[in-house]
Design a protein around this ligand. Structure first.
Ligand SMILES: O=c1[nH]c(NC[C@H](O)[C@H](O)[C@H](O)CO)c([N+](=O)[O-])c(=O)[nH]1
Length: 154
């Protein structure tokens, strides 16, 4: 039987990125990390389209539109939800999580969940280029691997 393996070189592939403006002190760092990772994995800057939305709750509708456009090998969603500062934390996280999953499974295009759900802003910053790494960069590499894998399944 076949062994399908996604590669980590994204040259010639196209990606969409949807970024939440809420907590943009951190989401900007996550986006930078994603763009840097795409570059390091051979993706040309002009092959990455970036859309900004007000918050994580708005990520799914734009991610789904990008995925269904047929223009992208994969879509990355970037957001930050901080429990300590959010009265409706569960609503935002729940909506973003189920919405992003639906955008992916409904369109058949990988939509990568790069939404930080942290207790404190410090934890979020640690995951946006701090001592824990950059989750935006990790989401971009996941997008390259998934885009590559999907192209082999067609
Ligand atoms: O991305 C976030 N959106 C948040 N709210 C906005 C939400 O995503 C929608 O933009 C808003 O509910 C309008 O639909 C947050 N808080 O509420 O704290 C948050 O921490 N992170």
């Amino acid at each position: 039987g076949e062994a399908y393996v996604g590669g980590l070189i994204g040259s010639g592939m196209k990606f969409g990125v949807v970024v939440g403006r809420f907590n943009d002190l951190v989401t900007k760092l996550l986006l930078e990390g994603a763009l840097d990772a795409f570059n390091r994995h051979g993706v040309a800057r002009e092959d990455v389209d970036v859309a900004w939305v007000p918050g994580s709750f708005e990520l799914p509708v734009v991610a789904k539109a990008m995925a269904k456009s047929g223009k992208y090998d994969a879509v990355v969603c970037i957001g930050v939800v901080v429990q300590g500062a959010t009265t409706h934390y569960d609503a935002v996280v729940g909506g973003a999580t189920s919405g992003v999953l639906n955008a992916s499974t409904d369109s058949g295009v990988p939509v990568i969940f790069g939404v930080l759900t942290c207790d404190t802003m410090e934890q979020a910053l640690d995951r946006a280029g701090g001592k824990v790494g950059n989750k935006g960069g990790e989401a971009a590499v996941t997008a390259v691997e998934m885009g590559s894998l999907m192209s082999k399944l067609r």
